[in-house]
Ligand binder design. Sequence first.
Ligand code: BT5
Length: 328
Amino acid sequence: MNLSMKDKILQHFLQSKGEPISGQQLADELGISRTAIWKHLQTLQEEGYEFITIKKKGYQLVAAPDRVDAAKISSFLNTKRFGYSIHYFEEIDSTQTVAQKLARQGAEDGTVIIAEEQTGGKGRMQRIWHSAKGKGIWMTVIIRPNILPHQAPQLTLVAAVSVVMAMKSLYRNFTPEIKWPNDILINGKKCAGILTEMLAEMDRVDGLLIGIGINTNHELDDFPEEIQSIATSIAIEEKRKVDRAELVAEILKNLEHYTDEYVANGFTSIKSLWEEHSGTIGKRIKASTIRETIEGQAIGITDEGVLEILLDDGQVKKVYSADIEIQN
Ligand code: BT5
């Protein structure tokens, strides 16, 4: 993990769960002087962390700002590769843009780009993704699975399963549902969206940029008015604020696991989990593709992750990419 010395010190405190740590012990473990430790603690205080000194015991972390930085995420991380390189920004136009640059420069599998705020957050097809400061998870994970370009859309479904399974393992008060292909809904409202972009040649994928946006600690009026009737957040549904870094770490664990499973065994291994959490299958839907709008019943996804719609005339139509409206 490529943490700076300051972040390494912080990680020790985050992992100590409120227990004091002696300056000498830290200095010995990290191989730097006590004065250097003290200087890093000063910088952390300037960033909003609060330490008190306890006689004969050392320093105790008593308050931490609500951030999703590398040290905070790594204190929860339980992965083999993902999240070992984390690029954190207070503010960025879009994590996808940075990811694209880093991926071209050779960033490793599982590199994470995450920001407190995006000023130009992107949805699909040049749409806007609202990314309020400090409220959500706005991150891109660069992954480099050994797949062919036509398989890339399936990774959106793998990511959706990873997010839903993470929510299910951490929260109890709601049931998230996947809306094909890239939305996570709670009680019919959008809580998260996924944007998958690809760096590829004709016959080879160099990397995928899995953009994940999750409304986490928003109150309703943290959303712009135009989406207040269609958007929700985990805090609204779970009825409490949640730890964003903990959720990030859980998603990274799942994304690594399910991507590896997908590469080893193909989409069928993920398909049943996807179907189990789908709010689309079995419903009457309207699907708008770039070419046409069709209505019918969503009857399933294929082994390639393509949506199948039963039209009123009995024909079954395959849809590769579309916006879906679920009808009652
Ligand atoms: C998506 O697009 O749902 C993909 C969103 C991906 C966002 C992540 S954040 C990290 C990474 N960096 C980026 O710049 N993007 C990715 P789409 O299916 O096209 O949905 C976009 C539509 O969702 C908009 O037209 C709005 O109607 C609605 N929307 C925008 N912001 C929202 C929000 N915060 N919550 C719920 N709905 C929103």
